[in-house]
Ligand binder design. Structure first.
Ligand code: FA5
Length: 341
């Protein structure tokens, strides 16, 4: 039996080495581990083996099975990385010099990515809310535990209207209204355009999109938050992403985190798209501050919740391999006609 498993291992190693894409990998997996696969057949044949040899044979098959499963997982990661890099390097990602067809319209890449993220959250029971771009000071700051003269306001200077209203600086501005509208328990996402007085560069715009998400229920903890973030990223990118979680301060969450993803443009080497850090700030998040829940009319004795503020425009940069954020607001049809919806 050990000879048989050794031969199968060799055969498997040759096949996996030759695998060029995820479809090849799947057919190898089925060939070895599927219902009629080599390993499964060996397993089923165990009954016919003499009692004194059964234990050794069983162990050999299990070791082989584990080896195959691990090798397939590793190869999957490796291929996904290669396929992603190919996409970024090739014309499948955005190419400034490509011919533009004026006959056919296409969706803006932000619309495409927004719909993709919405789909992921919809299947997890989140409602989708639209919220106004013009808000008041209470919605944008006070209800988020950012009183007048709080230093956190300095980070979010914006455009003020003569009415005293302002263009919202972050989608968090809708938290209070949505809590009041639905009460608890609550799962909601609310995408929207945000405005800030920014120094514009390859990863900062003065007008950009975020998608806020909140989940409020009994016993919600940081592990729920991490689960939802991981699910989102692996669904959008089709692979496990390299992420890092750092402590981050936002007056409306406690504790608060910054979730960064490894820059896919330079694979963590450092480039203008990630300000040479190799990482891109994508999704700050945290447990909603009890004061914010109270302002939203939520019973803090009973409920806790998490919130996140996903940088949708930055997500689109990474998803489509767009190296400069300014493309998105450029109105450049040559660029947009390449995105299929
Ligand atoms: C906020 O806006 C918080 N409201 C997010 C939040 C929500 C924290 C809920 C905790 C709980 P921040 O200013 O870091 O945080 O922006 C969030 C994300 O929006 C950033 O990580 C980034 O991806 C994106 N973003 C921020 N400023 C810009 C900009 N000027 N251009 C493009 N994207 C931006």
């Amino acid at each position: 039996m050990t000879e048989k498993t050794a031969a199968l291992k060799k055969d498997f190693e040759m096949q996996i080495l030759a695998a060029k894409n995820t479809a090849d990998l799947e057919s190898i997996r089925v060939g070895f581990l599927g219902k009629k696969g080599f390993v499964t057949t060996l397993m089923q044949g165990l009954n016919d083996i003499p009692k004194d040899k059964k234990r050794e044979a069983g162990q050999a098959i299990n070791t082989l099975k584990q080896f195959i499963e691990e090798a397939i997982e590793n190869k999957k990661e490796e291929l996904a990385k290669l396929e992603w890099q190919k996409k970024i390097d090739s014309s499948e990602s955005y190419d400034e010099s490509l011919f533009c067809s004026s006959e056919k319209g296409s969706y803006h890449p932000i619309t495409l990515i927004q719909r993709e993220v919405e789909k992921v959250f919809e299947t997890m029971g989140f409602v989708i809310e639209n919220y106004s771009e013009i808000v008041d000071d209470y919605q944008c700051f006070e209800s988020l535990n950012i009183p007048k003269h709080h230093p956190a306001r300095d980070m979010q200077d914006t455009y003020y209207l003569s009415t005293g209203q302002l263009l919202k600086t972050h989608t968090s501005a809708a938290q209070n209204a949505i809590m009041k509208k639905y009460g608890a328990p609550l799962r909601a996402i609310f995408p929207g355009r945000c405005f800030r007085n920014e120094n514009i560069d390859a990863c900062h715009e003065n007008t950009f999109f975020q998608m806020e998400g909140i989940m409020i229920d009994e016993d919600i903890s940081i592990s729920n938050l991490i689960y939802f973030m991981k699910t989102l990223l692996s669904e959008v990118f089709g692979k496990n992403m390299d992420v890092r979680l750092r402590p981050g301060f936002f007056p409306f969450v406690e504790p608060g985190f910054e979730l960064d993803i490894k820059c896919l443009i330079c694979d963590g080497e450092g480039c203008p798209s990630c300000k040479d850090s190799g990482w891109l700030e994508l999704c700050p998040c945290g447990m909603i501050h009890p004061k914010v829940l109270e302002y939203g009319g939520i019973d803090t004795e009973k409920y806790t919740g998490f919130a996140f503020g996903l940088g949708l425009t930055r997500l689109a940069m990474m998803r489509y391999g767009v190296k400069d954020i300014r493309i998105f607001n450029s109105g450049n049809l040559k660029a947009f006609s390449q995105f299929e919806g």
